[in-house]
Write a protein that binds this ligand. Structure first.
Ligand code: KNH
Length: 154
């Protein structure tokens, strides 16, 4: 139950920040936070990561429903490890955050604009961050699990 509250918190922060960007900034407007490194830029994406598959709204909605279903099933049935449950809560909160954008508007609000040297990383949002961190933690947890099994079998 606690992990659903974590997901709800991620979802609420994601939606609140997107709402502020839509209300307080013009599309395309950019505010420098750390010059040459970090900007808040009001952007919309009708695709997935890196803007792939533009305008595949219903495809993304279906994929997200599958992702959310799998995460809830796993949270209920198989996840016992705190790290894994936290990771799944991050993925759940992030997936639902972008899902609501796609369902209501057919596009996702992005605003975190990071420039790494000359490379301008795709503008993303809180939901994307939670998704990437959540998936990263799942990889770390499964790697740790396999290491533990290896030492047990020795
Ligand atoms: C993070 C998953 C993207 C997120 O997936 C979602 O919603 C899920 C729940 C539903 C998708 C339809 C299905 C997952 C597709 C898999 C995927 O995408 C592989 C990603 C690899 C990963 C390797 C590290 C890149 C990460 C990139 C970015 C995130 O950087 C922090 C840049 C984000 C910007 O392009 C921004 O415009 C994106 C926009 O906000 C819409 N977001 C989505 O589609």
């Amino acid at each position: 139950m606690f992990y659903y509250l974590v997901a709800l918190l991620i979802f609420a922060v994601d939606q609140a920040t997107k709402w502020l960007i839509v209300k307080k900034m013009e599309l395309g407007q950019s505010i420098s936070i750390i010059d040459q490194v970090f900007y808040i830029t009001s952007h919309r994406n009708r695709g997935a990561a890196f803007g792939i598959l533009q305008d595949q709204r219903y495809f993304f909605i279906i994929i997200t429903i599958i992702v959310v279903g799998a995460v809830i099933y796993y949270l209920q049935k198989h996840a016992h490890d705190t790290l894994l449950k936290t990771a799944l809560a991050l993925v759940l909160g992030g997936a639902v955050g972008n899902f609501i954008d796609r369902l209501l508007h057919g596009e996702v609000v992005d605003f975190l604009d990071v420039k790494i040297g000359s490379y301008d990383f795709p503008i993303f949002n809180v939901a994307d961050s939670a998704l990437v961190i959540g998936v990263g933690l799942i990889f770390i947890q499964s790697f740790m699990e396999s290491k533990k099994k290896e030492t047990e079998n020795e």
